[in-house]
Design a protein around this ligand. Structure first.
Ligand code: FAD
Length: 543
């Protein structure tokens, strides 16, 4: 059987390699537009910053090495330009000569990925304007940085890629500003979580301007200024990280079903509406694993798994891809960010009775050197008790928290399934009750009413108006607020009326909860805890 694969990075090479392992007799040919295959797109920002020193490390396999390892044939510099489904052929043009050749297939795999959105704006053709997708982008950017001429950079787009590049430019001593037309950075995170990260980035010298649209670039020959809806910004280097679009334009008249964003629609077998054509990776829309709704999650992780499923089915199997949770993790200066499942907003939009809780929890035994916090926002469905999503921030192993949550959501776990999980503990790694289990307990306390709180989003929206703010930290930390040490309070405590509206604020939320718990027992009826305390929330301390 002749299997033609178009595309040779994550999804294409994974499909081809797995298929040859499943069926040695399959004649597998990869057609790929670029000269490189199988490169480490995810590693490119770290090459820019010098964390990855050697450009050869960016190429996981050369075409020759890949062919020798797998038995699949690789034809580079061949751009697929037309598909004839009736004749079962793909026409590809040689990128250098333009010469066209026709390739026959019994089964076709489309793994053409996506390309950066390149806006039609004045000045985008100037020197020192970059996108970040292929090794040559990162190599050219680092060569420029090594000349020492880049003092200021503007990164347009505050998703994972834009922020990773921003971090690495800053690590090279460049003053970096990030603009994004959205009202928040980090799409896929709830706004208050993204807002916290934005403040942390500012602390480390990377200033983000949200609600700010790129309007053009100015310069003579080389970029000098970025024009935005807010103001002009000086720049020696510009990165366009405005998102990506699937490389499916050449399939426009093919009759293959596409979603509105141009991605190919596939079933669980990774098959398009043509039974002989499969697709995988950044060019497809799959399903959200929780809601079943169509989902585009262009990640290297899912591209590989989708390719594997397509290969197994091409080899006669009956595999079904279960869909994505939108799991992702990203390293930023001093803070890692991870997410999986639904945000609170997405959970509500999907019709869940979504409850969220935000807390600051120890990431390892507090006495162990290097111990810090995780800031976690967890979302669950009140009705079924199922975990729906989690976002985690912190300097430590955010990926571990994210992956435990991803596993739990994938297994349809309820909070009670998770409350006594036997997770690994030793002081250098974790806490005796693991931070994930700690979060489950906090969520259960909130659902049972034991914890009566305002979320940071509710607080920012003014829910605490009319409440008396009280500092319940371990020692006074909010100078203009009255201070209360719950360990010194007993039944006779009468500083406040029993029905007075009191908001307890401490560093993380825990001591405020302990204060509430004690005062409730003494008959106080109107107390609230501020989730995430003054670590996460910005507290206006002027009376
Ligand atoms: C800077 C950066 C950082 C990233 N970091 C992460 C990360 O940390 N974690 C993560 O999970 N994901 C990350 N990603 C995303 C990840 O790289 C992509 O999801 C993944 O590369 C998608 O693989 P793919 O094979 O579907 O598509 P692509 O990587 O886009 O590959 C498509 C292939 O198709 C070829 N092609 C396109 N059109 C044609 C045509 N007409 N004819 C022939 N060949 C064609 C291209 O040459 C290429 O070989 C990152 C991406 C970037 C750019």
């Amino acid at each position: 059987m002749k299997i033609l694969v178009i595309g040779g990075v994550a999804a294409g090479t994974k499909t081809a390699a797995k298929l040859k392992r499943e069926d040695r007799n399959a004649e597998v040919t990869i057609l790929v537009k670029d000269n490189d295959i199988s490169y480490a797109g995810c590693g490119l920002p770290y090459y820019v910053g010098g964390v990855i020193e050697n450009k050869a490390s960016l190429i996981v396999n050369t075409p020759a090495k890949f062919s020798a390892l797998t038995g699949a044939k690789v034809l580079t510099g061949k751009e697929a330009v037309a598909l004839d489904r009736a004749a079962k052929t793909v026409t590809a043009a040689d990128v250098e000569t333009g010469e066209k050749n026709v390739y026959e297939y019994d089964k076709l795999v489309i793994a053409v990925g996506a390309s950066p959105i390149f806006p039609k704006l004045p000045g985008t053709e100037l020197k020192n304007v970059f996108v970040m997708r292929r090794p040559e982008d990162a190599i050219a950017m680092r060569e420029l940085l090594d000349t020492g001429t880049v003092k200021r950079a503007v990164v347009c787009g505050a998703g994972f890629i834009g922020l990773e590049v921003a971090e690495n430019l800053a690590a090279k001593g460049v003053k970096v500003s990030v603009i994004d037309m959205a009202e928040q950075i980090l799409p896929g995170f709830d706004p208050e979580v993204a807002g916290y990260v934005e403040r942390k980035l500012a602390d480390s010298g990377i200033v983000c301007f949200t609600g700010t649209k790129l309007e053009g670039i100015e310069g003579t020959d080389t970029v000098e200024k970025v024009l935005t809806s807010r103001r002009a910004m000086k720049a020696d280097l510009v990165v366009l990280a405005l998102g990506i679009k699937p490389n499916t334009a050449f399939l426009a008249d093919s009759g293959l079903e596409t979603a509105k964003n141009g991605t190919l629609v596939v079933d669980g077998a990774m098959r398009t509406n043509d039974p002989d054509i499969y697709a995988a990776g950044d060019c497809v829309t799959v399903r959200n694993r929780i809601t079943g709704a169509p989902a585009w999650s262009p990640m290297g992780s899912s591209a590989n798994m989708e390719g594997r499923v397509a290969a197994k089915n091409l080899a006669g199997g009956e595999e079904s891809y279960v869909g994505v949770l939108g799991t992702g993790v990203c390293k930023l200066p001093g803070i890692n960010v991870g997410r999986t499942g639904l945000t609170e907003a997405a959970a509500k939009a999907a019709g869940y009775d979504a409850v969220s809780v935000t807390a600051v929890v120890d990431d390892k035994a507090h006495y162990y050197p290097g111990a810090s916090n995780f800031i976690v926002k967890m979302t669950a469905d009140r009705k079924s008790g199922k975990l729906l999503g989690m976002q985690t921030l912190g300097p430590g192993a955010v990926d571990k928290m994210t992956d435990i949550a991803a596993l739990a959501i994938s297994m349809n776990a309820t909070l009670s399934d998770l409350e006594n999980l036997d997770l690994a503990y030793a002081p250098p790694f974790s806490t005796a009750i693991h931070p994930f289990v700690n979060m489950i307990n906090i969520m259960e306390n909130k659902l049972s009413g034991a914890l009566d709180s305002f979320t940071p989003a509710e607080f920012a929206a003014g829910a605490a108006e009319g409440y008396k703010f009280i500092d319940t930290s371990i020692q006074p930390s909010l100078p203009s607020l009255p201070y209360l040490d719950y360990t010194k309070v007993d039944e006779s405590f009468d500083k406040y009326a029993k029905d007075e509206k009191l908001l307890f604020i401490c560093a993380k939320g825990k001591r405020a909860y302990l204060t509430q718990n004690k005062l409730k027992a003494y008959g106080f009826t109107n107390t609230k805890v501020l989730e995430g305390g003054h670590t996460f929330n910005e507290i206006e301390t002027e009376e």
